[in-house]
Design a protein around this ligand. Structure first.
Ligand SMILES: Cc1cc2nc3c(=O)[nH]c(=O)nc-3n(C[C@H](O)[C@H](O)[C@H](O)COP(=O)(O)OP(=O)(O)OC[C@H]3O[C@@H](n4cnc5c(N)ncnc54)[C@H](O)[C@@H]3O)c2cc1C
Length: 429
């Protein structure tokens, strides 16, 4: 009989670890402190509808996410509306800039052609210069994204209207602090590959229903156990080997293999008296939901804004007619605004770009996730812990564990699968 592996944390990473173990015939017990699964990508109820705790963007390059979904019976063609990249970024000082694969030309010429149309040859030259510099930047010491942009002679316009918004969207870190290495890897994986890697995956249901709830059903159906509202308070380690965990009310659960898949600050806390891992800086993401009349649509599923508090707009009408989500990444002046002030501010900004939209909304809702992602600062790659620990029987998962991705669902899933595979390889050896 195989022993049960404990997985601490029921976010997308812990769920990926549990599924991977189950698929190899192992028993799992997943322990989650919250009332529901999903962690930083979960369902939230608002006025009788189910929305996301924060608008997420997923792309075609999320191979591991798509693979694990398929493996539990989720059909990505039904779960997502997939479309080629076609994003317009509106700015307060410059004409709109278009990042798009639309048109008759093959990829990446279509992207180049649309860039020329909106930012001229000089725009294309600058982007090409930065892209050609990726191998060089990756082989040297890490620098800030600002320094990288300076070195590759990007114009004020491209910095403001393209690189700043892209860096915030992917790394949730302002360019003056963000790691050029991480941004370079993201660009390599998304825009530098086949066309489908840059495709936008637009979920057809709320995040919790997209993966965590289906994963939970799968885990239970295959004999796994899930305990919600159960907070792990400490690890029990004896003679360099993990033997169990302490939970509330002085209870103990014994186990000789454990995967910690909590958020970075919690992982650091749980490991504190045993091993030291760097506690990363965590940055917020704020999502403002705006309920317009049901016939209101954005001109595209997603559009960008720069020079404004609002950064990205998502049309959520496929899930809930008239619903628009506005994303504001990283720390900023918006944090000082009350929810009402923020709703009014973003409505005003949207109206400047889309004058046909009503000046106010029927209802608005602000969700501020204070610890949305770890900050992807310079040299972050040296601070991320490895999956394998010095404690026998203990592995780390969660998005912060070392891989080439920033804080993302794909990174979380990769690390969950990897922790399970490493655990399995020691069992089988
Ligand atoms: C608003 C927002 C927008 C985002 N946008 C994007 C995006 O566009 N694209 C993208 O790819 N990613 C995005 N992300 C990041 C993405 O959501 C995360 O990288 C991913 O969800 C992390 O998953 P995880 O399983 O590693 O960690 P978590 O989701 O944090 O899961 C950890 C789980 O552990 C539980 N836990 C913590 N401590 C304990 C304990 N002591 N005992 C038991 N359980 C515990 C927590 O409750 C939680 O459920 C966004 C995140 C936020 C918040």
């Amino acid at each position: 009989m195989t022993e049960t592996t404990l997985i601490i944390g029921g976010g997308w990473s812990g769920l990926a670890a549990a599924i991977t173990l189950i698929q190899q015939g192992h028993k799992v017990h997943l322990i989650e402190s919250a009332k529901q699964l999903g962690g930083r990508a979960r369902n939230v109820g608002w006025q009788g509808q189910t929305i996301d705790n924060g608008q997420h963007l997923m792309i075609g390059a999320y191979d591991h996410m798509l693979a694990i979904m398929r493996s539990i019976g989720i059909n990505p063609t039904e779960a997502f509306h997939r479309q080629s990249i076609d994003i317009t970024i509106y700015d307060t000082d410059y004409p709109p800039l278009n990042l798009s694969a639309k048109g008759k030309l093959p990829w990446p010429l279509s992207l180049a052609w649309n860039l020329i149309r909106s930012a001229g040859f000089s725009g294309l030259l600058q982007v090409s210069r930065l892209q050609a510099n990726i191998p060089k930047v990756l082989s040297g010491n890490d620098i800030t994204v600002s320094d990288w942009l300076l070195k590759t002679r990007q114009s004020d316009r491209l910095i403001k209207q393209l690189w700043e918004p892209l860096c915030l969207a992917t790394l949730n870190t302002p360019i003056d602090h963000a790691s050029a290495h991480t941004l370079a890897k993201v660009l390599q994986d998304s825009l530098g590959q086949h066309k489908s890697a840059a495709d936008l995956l637009i979920p057809q249901q709320a995040l919790g229903d997209l993966f965590p709830n289906v994963a939970a059903e799968y885990i239970k159906r295959h004999g796994g156990q899930i305990s919600l509202q159960t907070r792990v308070q400490g690890l029990i380690v004896q003679q360099g080997k993990v033997t169990g965990i302490n939970i509330q009310d002085g209870k103990i659960i014994t186990a000789d293999s454990i995967i910690i898949a909590t958020n970075p600050s919690q992982s650091a806390k749980l490991l504190k008296s045993h091993i030291t891992i760097d506690k990363p800086i965590e940055y917020p993401i704020c999502t403002v939901y705006l309920q317009y009349p049901i016939d209101i649509r954005l001109p595209a599923p997603m559009l960008g804004m720069s020079g404004t508090v609002s950064q990205w707009l998502f049309d959520r009408s496929e899930q809930s007619p008239g619903l628009i989500a506005v994303v504001i990444s990283a720390p900023g002046k918006h944090e000082k605004l009350s929810s009402n002030e923020l709703i009014q501010q973003v409505c005003k900004e949207i109206r400047q770009v889309l004058p046909d939209l009503p000046a106010t909304v029927e209802k608005g809702f602000v969700i501020r996730e204070k610890r949305a992602t770890f900050a992807c600062t310079v040299n972050i790659e040296n601070q991320r812990p490895k999956c394998e620990t010095t404690i026998k029987g203990l592995w780390l998962a969660g998005d912060f564990v070392a891989n080439s991705y920033p804080s993302t669902l794909e990174g979380a899933i990769r690390n969950g699968k990897n922790a399970a595979q490493q655990l399995l390889s020691t069992k089988n050896s």
